[in-house]
Design a protein around this ligand. Sequence first.
Ligand code: GLN
Length: 212
Amino acid sequence: MRIGVLAVQGAFAEHMTTLAAIGVEGVAVRLPSDLEDVSGLILPGGESTAQRRLIERWGLREPILDLARSGAPLFGTCAGMILLAHDILDGDPVTFPLLDIAVRRNAFGRQLDSFEADLRVLMLGDRPVHGVFIRAPVVERAGLGVDVLARLEDGRIVAVRERNIVATAFHPELAGETRFHRLVATMAAEHDDPGEGSGRRHHPTRRMGQAR
Ligand code: GLN
């Protein structure tokens, strides 16, 4: 199983390193053909306006939407979250309106350009997630179908999931945090082989002879 990392601009190298650390092969995605053999895709942090333009120019928008529509997981961090949002409150054009959220870019203002915070993410266990926020967006509205995964202490939403789409306003990959990548790898494996547990037994023969 291979997971793509969009590599048009921004902090993609750290995602490749994190995938390697959990034993998953990462593919730097620059061309539509790079997407042919991936089971999921990570959209890294960086500058979302620049990324949007390069995604359009390099013909990546439709193939990435097709990948998401196939049910493969997409995981956006920071600028990647902005690219996945239905609404960008600053009036920027949307790129992949796959998450029913409204985001505000650079939501923490000039005084607080960057900061770090420990977050409770119930689905990732008891140990807090250490998040690095760099000119981060915040989620100002989350639709009914959206699971809120993490909030700051003041209640603002900074991590969400809607079906196969996961996004964080912060960078887990800059803090040595691997659990989001493990989650995405698990979702990608389930997408590749939905037999186990989902009720859709695409490979019934594999279960023959299994001890119970
Ligand atoms: N401020 C950037 C944007 O609006 C996102 C910053 C980041 O990805 N670390 O695109």
